[in-house]
Design a protein around this ligand. Sequence first.
Ligand code: COA
Ligand code: AMP
Length: 629
Amino acid sequence: MNYSELYSQSIENKELFWKNQAQEIYWKTFPNTILSEVSPLIYHWFADGFTNMSYLCLDAHIEAGRGQEIALIYESPVTQQTQIYSYQEVLVEVNKLAHALKRFGLTQGDTCVLYMPMIPQAVFSMLACARLGVTHSVVFGGFAPRELAIRIDDAKPKLLITADYGMEFDKIIDYTALFRAAKALANHQVDKTLIYFRDPSQKELITDEYDYEATCQDTSFCDVVWVKSTHPLYILYTSGTTGKPKGIVRDTGGYATALKFSMEYIYGVKQGQTFWAASDVGWVVGHSYIVYGPMIHGCPTILFEGKPIRTPDAGIFWRIIEKHKVSTMFTAPTAIRAIRKEDEQGTLLKEYDISSLNYLFLAGERCDPATFLWAKEVLQKPVIDHWWQTESGWPMLGLLTKNDLNPNAKVGSSNLPIPGYSIQILDESSQELPEDEEGFVALKLPAPPGFVTTLWNNQEGFIQSYLSHFRGYYLSGDGGYRDQDGYFFIMGRIDDVINVSGHRLSTGEMEEIIASHQYIAECAVVGVNDKLRGQKPIGFIVLKDHIKKNQDEIATELTQLIRDKIGAIAFYKQSIFVKRLPKTRSGKILRKNLRMLYDQIDFETPSTIDDPKIISEIALAIENSGRID
Ligand code: COA
Ligand code: AMP
């Protein structure tokens, strides 16, 4: 079957298509119902099927006689450690933790928040929760206490699993201080906190804190809890347009089916071949392609605690590919830009044998053509840009590499719709736009398995945010167009979300935080182009009248405020002070024009602007402030 036939089948005969794919994974009870519309616009896959994600990732391989094969490779250039775990060894660790969770009183339906650095215990914790039907919510370790507190308040976990510290290059991140601060900020009281001490000599526990090693001692087998396909495996919070992140709910059976399909068809890996997603378990890429996807498919997966550069150098990616014979790799364009900046000629690459590598996949942010072409040139391997979101859980646009179903990547494009996804470009009135015209990227419902099923405890918010704009469609939040060959080009967000180093952040949230500063009358934060990080936030600030304080000092305070409230990853470094913001006559801030002014992109002054003179005022303020690199 070629790509077009496979794709058509997935859209026209979706139930049969996904029923066949579901047969590729183990079900305790195979579903009779494949697709159901449980309420208007809300669809469930495999509603009456029962399975368990931990079983699929571990027991299924062990029962098939592959228990001694490699499941997990922990590569940590920052601590100079490599640890390799077989399926059997991971299962022992997961059992130990699952017993501990049970003793703490956690059962199916409870939630558990994980705030972990990139260490194997993060993976064990996810799998132990999955084993018992406990819904986990991993919070990215780069987030500040306030962000963790917001997630604790929404997910209401009984247990927090964390560690004593993380490492960023050679900098120690004191998790203990961070999670304790978050617990103090949260309204919800977490019953217990389980801490993995990377440095046992510094062990120190206060009330309701438990030592991971001492608590996880029971190595006996722990039965899995068979859960309904629709059971929430995890909640993963992602930035929306406001300060309140969205709790994306992922089901179990649909997700497992979709991941299994993607490993084979999109990423082109076979059981036993090493897969490496250089991301973090705190992001969706980490959930789907560090942990669950490769493990379901029986591929050794790499957990990388390091950076593409300076840990120790820009050759680390290639060294790891050689060392573990990586077949398919996945990273963000920012990582490639960082390597290119340090090793434009690919000199370090020449030191390694990367012949095992079949494909490099890129996602997480728009990939600029120069980066794409550089990677293709130096690697001499197929480079594939593919598009997806936390909400989708797996790729929506890309290429199918299995049997070279559609091998031709187009520069600047995220390529073609993945089976199951009917992607359309719509205008304001839900009409499909002709080829090459930019509009809203939308997905015709029902979405395929694995797609977000709702927002945690907020079905109304789910419908409101995603399903109410265009009847019968999911609104992705991205703008883009389709060319004459059917290839899609994703051009960027149409809302207040930006991608900084592939990290999805809300400028709306930054505005809320800046506006809370005592001297600020009004502000607008926009995402501008950044050579390394793709985008970075810049604040346009209007001070209250009669503020005498030095503007540089206020700017420093605002930078610190964003670091304290969101985290250093927000990379908020520049505040530009202006007398007023450009607005329409109805009072809407013209953020797009602020961004274009900063990026020096020509535009026509909008006819709706309140006062056209303000454009030159802002341009002057930018010139005076300077554009920082
Ligand atoms: N925990 C704590 N702090 C973190 C962090 C984490 N997990 N990740 C980043 N930070 C901090 C950094 O230490 C830095 O702090 P500083 O301002 O005190 O120096 C700040 O956040 C900004 O980090 P970043 O933008 O990542 O810059 P960097 O110079 O540390 O690293 C790159 C630059 C390009 C090497 C890095 O951004 C990178 O590896 N990017 C690829 C990202 C990626 O793979 N994303 C995939 C998501 S799917
Ligand atoms: P996240 O939910 O963190 O994975 O971020 C999803 C967002 O990242 C998307 O809505 C896009 O804006 C952006 N994104 C992800 N992959 C791509 C891509 N390949 N090309 C362009 N933008 C992308």
